[in-house]
Design a protein around this ligand. Sequence first.
Ligand code: GLA
Length: 383
Amino acid sequence: MKDELKEQFSKFFNKKPEYIFFCPGRVNLIGEHIDYNGGQVMPCAISLGTYLAISKNTEKKLRFRCLNFPETADLHLQTSYSKTGKEWFNYPLGVLNQFLKEGHTISGLDMLFYGNLPIAAGLSSSASIEVLTSFALQTIFQLNISRKEMAVLSKRVENEFIGLNSGIMDQFAVAMGKKDKAILLNCDTLDYEYLPFETDGYVLAIINSRKQRALAESKYNERFAECGAALKLLKKEVKAEHLCDIDLPTFQSHRHLINDEVLEKRALHVISENFRVNEAKDALRAGELFTFGKLMYASHQSLKDLYEVSGKELDTIVEFCKTYGDCIGARMTGAGFGGCGIALVKKEKFNDFAKQLVLYYEAEIGYEPEVFASEIGDGVKSL
Ligand code: GLA
């Protein structure tokens, strides 16, 4: 990929790139829709991601090119930028804007991006391109910004420049990922630890439902607002800064304060999912992969019934997994409303699993999903 990028860069800009960077995407093993509620999540970086070939220029120009999309941008170096339409280059532009806002000096740049993550499939293609750009700027201009700070800065771009009220999970995962490790992240304090993800004879399968995630952004922001509303009602009697500060028994004895069936369901998902992450952590530490798998199924059920962010396509994937003897756990991953599912499948059965799942899904949904085995890789890096 590196050579191909170098060659393409030369075609676009008539010179060699000075640097090449890579940032992965992520899957979340468990702990869904709780990062923006101060909960604990368990993502890991994957081997697919986004590449950037980049060089400084002396013409005070920011030139954006991408091998995946035909749209380009050529902008004069300014002190700030705002979002223009829905084009892909808003993500790196938002990061450049954030660096300028924080007082860093930047020169002109020629940039060529390429991604092999399915776009808008719930594998964090946006966090990947944001953290990739942050890492590139920090390296090229020697800004001494830690990976953790890059994750926080990139999240700010997503919230303030792009307009999605997302939590910190995705940016943190792609900045801090480690090969064969799951990250246990406390999204309130940003304390984290690496857990061994030893799947002994099992593979982590990623299943792209290939459902277009229509309305995902507005529904995501709606869930964010619902959690805030539920918390506000609970706070009348319960001392908490986030929904995830509340434990299950306290919630059960105060849920009447919410007095709204939908908000109650949302809060119950958040609080019970946070509890499940704790159980999942214990299971991984004890090497109990079967228990971990059961928690994945329970997480999916809760996202389907209580949080209502799944959908026919993702449910069909998980239903199939439940009937397949050599699959020990499955769930949707990421924001939902389409996107991807993940499953733990016995290694030697993976090909058969994929074949049968494709047939089942196509019969139910009308088109094929994409099924692949994933490796857990490192976070953003120079190549
Ligand atoms: C998206 C967001 C994350 C997180 C997940 C759901 O990926 O970017 O911050 O909220 O959805 O867990």
